[in-house]
Write a protein that binds this ligand. Structure first.
Ligand code: GTP
Ligand code: MG
Length: 195
């Protein structure tokens, strides 16, 4: 359970910069500010490995985090931030599809959604993008510490319905504050990492 080694290998903007270690990659996508970078930090027990911010738009590149020389978490810029220009959005789209379309090391796509809110159209598009590229998907509902346990079923079912999650796809609740879901999500991730 103790993670000894976690570091950022590269911030990449184009495929020529992707690492060539051949390690399994797990990508994190989701709205700006949903908690992608915080998720990585919580999973690996580091406070500041991935830079986080109360302001959306912190992450701008594909950031490859080497974890124990076993896998990479790939942190990507969030979507849906209003102040982003069309040119920036196109850049984001190209960066993501370049990566999804060609990357054999990519074994799992995690879609982070905010457990408090109904998924947005962009969340739906992101789920569909994973499906389009045949990437196995895991849904992680973040900020679960903000929701009462008695409301969990209601919120989970809204997320399942809105995203039209396929029956085989799993949804986990997660909180960086309470660390809820951390162990279950690790167990699930490790089923995608061959050794
Ligand atoms: P971008 O890089 O802009 O796409 O954002 P991001 O998805 O990486 O979000 P980030 O990890 O920077 O977190 C955004 C804010 O949400 C920060 O203020 C975090 O402290 C907060 N946050 C993240 N996860 C949780 C959580 O589980 N619970 C609570 N209460 N706050 C969280
Ligand atoms: Mg981030």
């Amino acid at each position: 359970d103790k993670i000894q080694h976690a570091d950022i290998t590269i911030s990449a903007v184009s495929p020529s910069q992707y690492p060539d270690d051949g390690l399994t990659e797990i990508v994190l996508a989701g709205r700006s500010n949903v908690g992608k970078s915080t998720f990585i930090n919580t999973m690996v027990n580091r406070k500041k490995l991935a830079r986080t911010s109360g302001k959306p738009g912190k992450t701008r590149t594909l950031n490859f985090f080497n974890i124990e020389n076993e896998l990479f978490f790939v942190d990507v810029p969030g979507y849906g931030y209003a102040k982003v220009s069309n040119a920036e959005q196109n850049k984001w789209g190209r960066m993501m599809t370049d990566y999804f379309a060609t990357r054999e090391e990519l074994a799992l796509g995690i879609l982070l959604v905010d457990f408090r809110h109904e998924p947005t159209d962009l969340d739906i598009q992101m789920y569909d993008l994973y499906k389009y590229y045949d990437i196995p998907v895991l849904i992680v509902a973040t900020k679960a510490d903000k929701i009462k346990k008695s409301k969990y079923n209601k919120h989970s079912s809204i997320i399942r319905k809105t995203l039209e999650i396929e029956p085989g796809d799993k949804l986990f609740t997660f909180s960086s504050m309470t660390r809820e879901g951390r162990k279950e999500i690790w167990d699930e991730i490790l089923t995608y990492v061959g050794d």
